[in-house]
Design a protein around this ligand. Structure first.
Ligand code: GLN
Length: 487
C-alpha cells in the first residue's frame, strides 16, 4: 500500500514543508505510522525513536515558521546503528552493545541535528558492520522490500531497506568495503561512499579505521548531494578528517555530460557475473553516451584481482585492534559470573560477539602476529599502494569509471550464510574503492524481473561533484530510481 507521502524525496518534502502544505509533525507521524505498518515484514529498524522524533519535528516546525528552514529541516531520517546517538541506544546490532547508550553524538549525527533533521530510528546492520546481507545482526535479519525472501545487502541493510520501504526519506550508512553501495544496489536506492576523510568518523563505532566512511542512502542523486552539503567537512575530533573546503554539491547538475570522459574497467565484469546485471549496466553506459559522455571500454586495472585478498587482510587486522576494547571492563556486555579477571574477559568476548566478528578477530590477529606480519599485513599494504596508483593513473585519462555495483541481484536469505567466501565475493566490485580511499556511488540502473540492479560510478578523490553530475544526468532520463517496492 502506498500513498502520497511514500514517494517523497528530500527535495520534494522540503517544498511541501516550505509551502506549509504539511507540517514536520504531520510528516513525521506519517512515517512513524508507515514504520508500524511495514516493519513486521521488513525489520529494518533496531530502535524506533518515536518520542524524540516528535520532539525534533516540533522544533523543526518552529524553525520553518521562523523562516529558518534549510533543505533537511523537518525531514525523517534513519541512522545506521553504528553511529553514536546521545541518550539513544547504539547497538551495532551486537549483543556486546545491546544496552549501550552513548553520552554523545557522532559528528555526522550532530550536523544533521543542527540542520533540523528528524531521526525516526536506528537501522539494523550486520554486527559491527561485518557482512553483506544483514544476516549477521545479533537481533534479526532485515528483509529486502522488493522480495521479502531475499537479503537487502549489507552491512547497511537496515538503512537501505528502510529507505526502499519508505520508513524514512533518507538514511545514513557506513561503508568499509561496500556496505552503503551494495545494499543501495540491492534495494534500488542511491548510496554514496564519499572520499576517505570527507565525512568525520568521530562517533562512528570503528570497524576498520583506514577504510570506514559515513555516507547517505537516498531516493536520488540530488538528495545525496543535499545530505553531503550538511555532513561533509573538517572535524578536529577525527585525525583523518580532510581539510578540503566543502563545495555546494547541488551546483552544476544538468542533463548534459558533454566533455565528460568515462572509462569502463574490464576487470569489473567478472566471471560468474549474472547476465542480466551485465546487460543492464551496458545499457546504462549507453545512456551515459547518449547524454554526451565519451565512453572508453576495455580500460584495464590489473591489480583489481588482488583487492579481495588485500581487503580481507587489512580490514580484519584493523578490526582485531579496534575490537580489543570490548573486554567487559569499560562499556558494553560484561560477564560477571566469575572471580577471575581473565575468565571474565574471555567469557565476555565469547558470549558478546557473534561468529563472523570472532572470525574476523582471529584472521586479523593471525595476520598481525609477529611471525606473519611481513608476509600478510605488510604485503597487503604494499599491494594497497599499487591499487591506489592504478586508480590515479586511470584518472589522468578519465573523469570517472563505471562498473556494476555487485555481480548479482539480491540473493535468498540463508543462501550464502554458511559460506563466508561466497559472501565475501559479493563485494568484489566495491572493495577496491575503499582500498584506494576514493568516492563512489551506486544508483538504480535496471531490474532483473523484479530485483534491482545497481550501477557504480567511481570518481577521483574529492570529486563527489563529478559523481553527482553523472548520476543526476542519468536520473533525468531514466526512472529506475522512481520505482518503489510494493509492500
Ligand atoms: N561486506 C564487507 C565486509 O564484510 C564490507 C562491510 C562494510 O563495508 N562495512 O567486510
Amino acid at each position: 500500500m502506498t500513498d502520497k507521502y511514500t514517494d517523497l524525496t528530500i527535495h520534494s518534502a522540503h517544498e511541501l514543508l516550505k509551502a506549509k502544505k504539511i507540517s514536520s509533525v504531520e510528516l513525521t507521524k506519517h512515517y512513524l505510522d508507515r514504520i508500524k505498518k511495514v516493519e513486521p515484514q521488513v525489520r529494518a529498524i533496531v530502535t524506533v525513536t518515536e518520542d524524540s522524533a516528535l520532539q525534533q519535528a516540533k522544533q523543526a516546525d518552529e524553525a520553518i515558521a521562523n523562516g529558518k528552514a534549510t533543505p533537511l529541516t523537518g525531514i525523517p531520517v534513519l541512522i545506521k546503528d553504528v553511529m553514536c546517538t546521545k541518550d539513544i541506544k547504539t547497538t551495532c546490532s551486537s549483543k556486546m552493545l545491546e544496552n549501550f547508550v552513548p553520552p554523545y553524538n557522532a559528528t555526522a549525527v550532530e550536523k544533521l541535528n543542527n540542520a533540523g533533521a528528524v531521526m525516526v530510528g536506528k537501522a539494523n546492520m550486520d554486527e559491527f558492520a561485518m557482512g553483506s546481507s544483514t544476516e549477521n545482526s545479533a537481533f534479526f535479519t532485515t528483509h529486502n522490500p522488493w522480495d521479502l525472501s531475499r537479503v537487502p545487502g549489507g552491512s547497511s541493510g537496515g538503512s537501505a531497506a528502510g529507505v526502499a520501504a519508505s520508513e524514512a526519506i533518507y538514511a545514513l550508512g557506513s561503508d568499509t568495503g561496500g556496505s552503503i553501495r551494495q545494499p543501495a544496489g540491492f534495494c534500488n536506492v542511491t548510496g554514496l561512499k564519499p572520499t576517505y576523510g570527507r565525512v568525520s568518523r568521530y562517533g562512528l563505532v570503528a570497524f576498520a579505521s583506514s577504510l570506514d566512511q559515513i555516507g547517505p542512502l537516498t531516493k536520488d542523486a540530488l538528495d545525496s548531494a543535499l545530505v553531503m552539503n550538511v555532513i561533509s567537512g573538517y572535524d578536529s575530533r577525527d585525525s583523518t578528517s580532510a581539510p578540503e573546503a566543502v563545495p555546494d554539491y547541488t551546483k552544476g547538475l544538468t542533463k548534459n555530460l558533454k566533455g565528460m570522459k568515462i572509462g569502463i574497467p574490464k576487470e569489473y565484469f567478472v566471471e560468474g557475473m549474472q547476465a542480466e546485471v551485465e546487460t543492464a549496466i551496458k545499457d546504462a553506459i549507453r545512456k551515459l553516451e547518449e547524454l554526451g559522455a565519451k565512453v572508453e571500454w576495455g580500460v584495464s586495472l590489473p591489480h583489481t584481482r588482488h583487492a579481495l585478498a588485500v581487503y580481507y587482510i587489512i580490514a580484519p587486522s584493523e578490526a582485531s585492534a579496534n575490537l580489543a576494547r570490548y573486554d567487559g571492563s569499560k562499556y558494553g556486555f560484561s560477564y560477571k559470573d566469575t572471580d577471575s579477571m581473565w575468565e571474565g574477559m574471555e567469557k565476555t568476548k565469547q558470549l558478546g560477539f557473534g561468529p563472523e566478528v570472532k572470525r574476523r578477530i582471529m584472521l586479523g590477529t593471525y595476520a598481525l602476529s609477529s611471525g606473519y606480519y611481513d608476509a600478510y599485513y605488510l604485503k597487503a599494504q604494499k599491494v594497497r599502494t599499487l591499487i591506489r596508483r592504478e586508480f590515479d593513473q586511470a584518472f589522468e585519462k578519465y573523469d570517472a569509471l563505471v562498473t556494476p555495483t555487485s555481480p548479482t541481484v539480491p540473493f535468498k536469505i540463508g543462501e550464502k550464510a554458511d559460506n563466508p567466501l561466497q559472501m565475501y565475493l559479493s563485494d568484489i566490485c566495491t572493495l577496491p574503492i575503499n582500498i584506494a580511499g576514493i568516492p563512489a556511488i551506486s544508483i538504480p540502473a535496471g531490474f532483473a524481473k523484479d530485483l534491482p540492479i545497481g550501477m557504480q560510478i567511481i570518481g577521483k578523490p574529492f570529486a563527489e561533484k563529478t559523481i553527482f553530475k553523472i548520476s543526476y544526468a542519468y536520473q533525468q532520463v531514466t526512472d529506475w530510481h522512481k520505482k518503489t517496492a510494493k509492500l
